[in-house]
Design a protein around this ligand. Structure first.
Ligand code: ZN
Length: 691
């Protein structure tokens, strides 16, 4: 396949949402991620992919001439909007669209005159696309070895959560179908990582608050150009995924024109297991928490599949959970009851407060769900919380709690009150009853959503986007957008990308992480050390040294790796030591004049004693005339003190004596010689004492 002949159409193919392996490992017991092996994840059918968003450091935004990267909390004006779903080009409502419509949100945009114009709030059409951003995006595509498009076509990607006022994000495909080397020796990985595509997109608003039916956004970030790199879902374990995320970030950051700092790079993770469905976890900002996060998601899916299996075994039928339209849920379904008067005497405070505020209480019967709502799906999270979470987001209920269920005995209502509600709903022993309360209209939405989520339980794992929490668990965010989410933008003409742009960018392409690693390997480092160095902030220092020999390269890398992290933490972390000052140290290693045990100490002293010249400092660590004599007198002094240490065993006395003598003679005498002399002297003295 030539670089440019892949047709753009193929990228519109939606990624498959269902894990290709339908055989769920239901017997696999829950366990913590620290004891899981690669084989365990293979048994679960674990699969994950990444979407990495990186803001570009351009002067202006992508489709207008507002400054990019000027952030402020100041606000000159507010705009209020309501979202309405529009039919997609194919004449269908998207699942997400319907969900957002159900939430009936008021959306408030906080505007600051220095950071937005009328484009961002969808009052004027877009300007021409920012060519600087296009060039940077081409460079990032080249870094990933993607096939570049000849012509850029702007598409609209539906965004109905309010984070983009227009209701869609403008997005343009730049490159697709490429791969980069993926080598992680410590995980035994040595293959290529396939990249599905790279798009140039505009960033969305930042959420300020979301409470009840009102969500507030700040618009300064809106419209900043960013690249989105999407991998194929080829990561087969959480640690692989973490390594992949690091590689993607590292590769993207080779491009000098990407923004750095908090919020500049964000990633979404797609996860599924056998029998499960793709779930997207949004906005993960750190690589460190990734493995536990996706591990927990894998077991959440497994537990949802167990619930599904049990429901099927009990003969629960999804169709029986349908609620008709055209009236409130309690009018349309025998499974729902307006329980307001039935529980009017209840003394459960949250429910009481809601009734006193004129709220309503709905009781929902879940036939055959008895006992399942307390089934654990994540650490500290039950299936009931999965239901409540989605109900809270969609019905915008704000009181806490707003939901109790009969699987927890004696909570919320007294058992007699539960009995009355169950009787009114004709609930049998195997059924669960859920109570939700709040404003009437929200309670109607909530009761319907409880039944919808219960229907989804029969499918197993619903396709959702979820937000991550610091403890590694996730919460419902929204229904995963469907395939009809993209359609052509009629406001922007196609832009031909001339071959001359590509050529110029290719000619000045920065070195990529694996290329740097290869260069270090050629200089004599083992691959793990080369990878470590390529990632290290002191790689530039290493590069500035004059090193001619592989053994010296290894010694220098190892010493830097051991000593610089601590030094950088203590010092101003943005400054590296001066390479010229350290070069005599490298030379001394190369000449063999610096003994191996003195290499790191010499580096330490050069770093912390800037007033000493490197020559004087190194000189104090090299052999001198009279070192032998100094050793003999020190040994003598130690032995004189040794009788006071008689009660300790010989080895510990020796260790103590080494600690006394070695620092003073470091670099000057072979430690084995010191040890030998001390041992002999100690033995002599012991004989003396015994005789
Ligand atoms: Zn603007």
């Amino acid at each position: 396949m030539s670089r440019n002949d892949t047709r753009q159409r193929s990228v519109l193919r939606p990624p498959s949402d269902i894990n290709p392996n339908s055989d769920a490992a239901l017997d696999f017991s829950d366990r913590s991620w620290s004891v899981m092996t690669e084989a365990d994840y293979a048994e679960l059918g674990f699969m994950a992919g990444l979407e990495v968003h990186q803001q570009l450091a351009t002067a202006t935004k992508l489709f207008c001439r507002c400054p990019s990267g000027t952030f402020t909390k100041d606000c000159d004006a507010e705009v209020l909007r309501h979202m309405r779903p529009t039919l997609s080009e194919l004449g269908e409502y998207d699942g997400t669209a319907l969900m957002e419509f159900k939430t009936r949100k008021e959306i408030v945009y906080r505007l600051h005159r220095g950071t937005v114009c009328t484009y961002e709030i969808d009052d004027t059409p877009p300007f021409e696309i920012n060519e600087e951003a296009v060039r940077v995006a081409i460079e990032v595509s080249e870094l990933f070895d993607l096939n570049l498009v000849n012509e850029l076509h702007v598409m609209r990607k539906q965004y109905l959560d309010g984070s983009i006022p227009a209701g869609f994000q403008r997005s343009a495909m730049i490159g697709l179908a490429g791969s980069i080397p993926f080598r992680v020796p410590e995980l035994g990985i040595d293959r290529r990582l396939n990249i599905r595509q790279l798009s140039l997109e505009e960033d969305s608003c930042r959420e300020v608050s979301d409470r009840g039916h009102r969500v507030t956004f700040r618009t300064d970030r809106l419209g900043i150009p960013l690249t989105e790199v999407v991998t194929e879902p080829e990561f087969l374990s959480p640690l692989e995924l973490q390594a992949g995320a690091r590689l993607l970030a590292q590769t993207t950051r080779c491009c000098p024109q990407v923004r750095r700092g908090p919020g500049a790079a964000r990633q979404d993770v797609n996860v599924s297991i056998a029998g499960g469905r793709r779930v997207e976890i949004k906005g993960v900002s750190h690589h460190r928490g990734l493995p536990r996060l996706v591990h927990i998601e894998a077991f959440r899916q497994l537990n949802l599949l167990r619930i599904r299996q049990e429901l099927i075994r009990r003969g629960v039928n999804a169709n029986a959970l349908e609620v008709g339209d055209g009236g409130s849920a309690w009018e349309k379904s025998a499974l729902v009851l307006d329980a307001s008067s039935l529980v009017s005497g209840c003394d459960f405070q949250p429910l009481r407060d809601s009734l006193d505020d004129g709220g309503r209480v709905a009781a929902v019967r879940l036939p055959g769900f008895g006992g399942l709502l307390t089934h654990r799906t994540q650490p500290g999270v039950t299936f009931a919380a999965e239901i409540a979470d989605r109900v809270r987001v969609i019905a915008c209920l704000t009181s806490r709690p707003f939901f109790v269920h009969s699987d927890i005995i004696g909570y919320g209502l007294h058992s007699q009150e539960w009995q009355q509600v169950r009787k009114a709903l004709r609930a049998s022993k195997g059924d669960t009853v859920v109570l939700v309360w709040g404003p009437t209209r929200d309670v109607d939405t909530a009761a319907r959503e409880v039944l919808l989520r219960a229907q989804d339980a029969l499918a197993g794992v619903p396709s959702e986007t979820r937000q991550s929490f610091p403890n590694g668990t996730t919460g419902f965010e929204r229904i995963l957008p469907g395939a009809n989410r993209m359609y052509p933008d009629t406001d922007t003409p196609p832009l031909a990308l001339p071959e001359s742009w590509h050529e110029r960018i290719r000619a000045h392409l920065p070195e990529r992480p694996w290329e740097t690693e290869n260069r270090y390997v050629e200089r004599g480092l083992a691959l793990p050390a080369a990878r470590r160095l390529a990632l290290a902030p002191w790689s530039r220092l290493f590069e500035e040294f004059e090193i001619t020999d592989a053994a010296v390269a290894r010694a220098v890398e190892s010493a830097l790796q051991k000593r610089l992290p601590r030094w950088l933490r203590g010092a101003d972390a943005t400054t590296l030591p001066d390479a010229a000052r350290l070069q005599p140290w490298v030379d001394a290693i190369a000449e063999g004049s610096l003994r191996p045990e003195a290499i790191e100490v010499a580096l330490d002293r050069l770093l912390v004693e800037p007033r000493l010249t490197p020559e004087d400092l190194l000189n104090s660590l090299l052999p001198h005339d009279g070192d032998e004599q100094a050793l003999q007198s020190m040994v003598k002094r130690c032995i004189e003190q040794a009788p006071t240490l008689r009660r300790r065993n010989e080895e510990s006395v020796l260790r103590w004596a080494m600690g006394e003598v070695m620092p003073r003679l470091l670099g000057r005498i072979d430690p084995s010689q010191v040890r030998q002399q001390l041992r002999a002297a100690l033995a002599d003295q012991l004989e003396e004492v015994q005789s």
